[in-house]
Design a protein around this ligand. Structure first.
Ligand code: A5P
Length: 219
């Protein structure tokens, strides 16, 4: 799923991150995503020196944000965020997303759902015509083999547990209709979260291609 970092890819991630950071306003409460594109976002946000407060979707993001001087709050007694910004692994033309290459997709979905505006920042290699496997999963360890058997085509990822100590796996079956697959995964006991994000969750997608950033408005 994850390609070798290329100079062009990093430049596009940087351009998308700069465009994302520009959407943040003074005084806002921000949700910070996880991943290599968000790694470009954090210094850009810090450099703007706004009076913002943040919540982080992973310990790695939290550490980096704090090191850069951003204020990070625990996300347990906050009802709404003004804006959340995050990367994605796949974006289709209608705004369906696959996330979770970094294993933080359950937290990322909770943060995105709490945000009045959810902004996705991607390099051009993340655009796809149709979503495809693997679809990241977060599974409860209790009953793990029974959950995997019910999912038929799923494999535990050789990766650390999620930030909340759960098992990270990937669904490898076909993605014919993302809505049907998302609903089935939502209904499967033992599946705590999956990486399919419905278009209704996303407000904006910023796609960097060479020196240009396309701004797609979705939900
Ligand atoms: C983390 O769990 C993921 O959802 C990332 O947001 C997504 O995989 C994009 O990551 P990169 O920016 O590293 O490509």
């Amino acid at each position: 799923m994850r390609g070798t970092p290329s100079g062009a890819g990093e430049a596009e991630k940087h351009a998308a991150a700069v465009a994302g950071a520009a959407l943040v306003a003074d005084g806002q409460l921000i949700g910070l995503g996880t991943g290599s594109t968000v790694a470009h976002l954090l210094p850009e946000l810090a450099a703007r020196r706004l009076a913002i407060r943040c919540v982080a979707t992973s310990p790695a993001t939290e550490r980096t944000a704090r090191d850069l001087g951003l204020e990070v709050l625990p996300f347990d007694s906050i009802e709404r965020l003004d804006i959340a910004i995050d990367g994605a692994d796949q974006v289709d033309p209608s705004g369906w997303l696959v996330k979770g290459g970094g294993g933080a997709h359950l937290r990322e979905k909770i943060v995105a759902a709490a945000a009045a505006r959810f902004v996705v920042i991607v390099s051009s290699d993340k655009t796809v015509e149709h979503l495809r496997p693997p679809i990241p999963l977060e599974l409860l360890r209790f009953g793990l083999d029974a959950t995997l058997a019910r999912l038929h085509e799923a494999r535990v990822r050789d990766a650390p547990p999620s930030p909340d100590g759960n098992v990270i796996a990937d669904y490898l079956g076909p993605v014919e209709d993302p809505a049907t697959l998302a609903a089935w995964l939502d209904d499967t006991p033992g599946v705590l979260g999956h990486g399919i994000f419905l278009p209704a969750m996303t407000s904006d997608v910023l796609i960097a291609t060479d020196g240009r950033v396309e701004h797609r408005r979705i939900g």
